[in-house]
Design a protein around this ligand. Structure first.
Ligand code: NDP
Length: 248
């Protein structure tokens, strides 16, 4: 489904929201936009310098002080996420939202050439980390008055495409995880949905389509209405849906 949504200022006031991959691309923009709407961000990402830049930018724009969690999803285990849950619990006592945004493209190649180590790495970063983070943070989501978990899909999350290899598999499985959780928690104060950003001007897109003219692409800022909508209380009742930022 598609919709047009104008967020009102401070619509995410004091919502505590974790974003994975908050240092760059769409995740960085989501952090800035959520902070502008009054949210308190927990910025998780691999490169600490990028997270610090986002932190500084949020403060410079008058946003609430965020937290930084430098973590490589490729190596993190359940105990890392349980430690993070303890910290969030001590600091805020609840979690109002998670945006699962971080992912890697891996190598685009013929199926027979996918390396096993590459498959494992992409599935760890794109898929298993989401399972572990959700498992560790469910008790904190339950403490929120209303909590929204948003996964990031792709056009290859619902239709297979030649050479898109493990990335495609990980996005289909992400949809499965979202739908399973949505069904399990239906009629509760937790909701689970996913977003397909559509072609968006980021480093990942440039890597996937090196010959494309990036000036023709939507910017991360332009696709933010869908991201804000799913965190905003106005989307209570929306559960198990895949929202497309750029429907054709
Ligand atoms: P980018 O590559 O620009 O940003 C990805 C972010 O994820 C970076 O901040 C990166 O951190 C972080 N990340 C990657 N690997 C890890 C890791 N191992 N541990 C922690 N953090 C990690 O991607 P986009 O902004 O383009 O993509 C965001 C989401 O949108 C992804 O899920 C992608 O699949 C999806 N998407 C994007 C589309 C597009 O056109 N851009 C289209 C369809 C879907 P660092 O920089 O420190 O490595």
């Amino acid at each position: 489904p598609h919709f047009s949504f104008e967020s009102h200022e401070k619509s995410l006031e004091n919502k505590v929201i974790l974003i994975t991959g908050a240092g760059d691309g769409i995740g960085k923009q989501a952090a800035l936009s959520y902070a502008s709407s009054g949210a308190i961000l927990i910025l998780l990402g691999k490169t600490v310098e990028k997270l610090e830049r986002v932190y500084d930018e949020i403060i410079r724009r008058g946003g609430k002080q965020p937290s930084i969690v430098p973590l490589d999803l490729a190596g993190a285990t359940l105990s890392h996420y349980e430690g993070m849950a303890d910290t969030i619990s001590g600091e805020y006592g609840r979690l109002d939202g998670i945006l699962f945004n971080a992912s890697i493209l891996g190598n685009l190649c013929p199926f027979g050439q996918i390396k096993e180590s590459e498959y494992d790495n992409v599935m760890q970063v794109n898929l298993k980390s989401q399972f572990l983070i959700t498992k560790a943070l469910l008790p904190l989501l339950n403490e929120a008055e209303s909590a929204s978990v948003v996964f990031t899909s792709s056009s290859v999350g619902t239709k297979g495409r030649a050479f898109w290899s493990t990335y495609c598999v990980s996005k289909f499985a992400t949809e499965g995880m979202m739908q399973t959780l949505a069904d399990e928690y239906k009629n509760t104060h937790l909701r689970f949905n996913s977003i397909n950003p559509g072609p968006t001007k980021t480093d990942m897109r440039a890597k996937a389509f090196p010959a494309e003219d990036p000036s023709l692409l939507k910017t991360p800022l332009q696709i933010m209405p869908t991201y804000i909508y799913l965190m905003d209380d106005v989307s209570r009742g929306i559960n198990g849906q895949l929202l497309d930022c750029q429907p054709s």
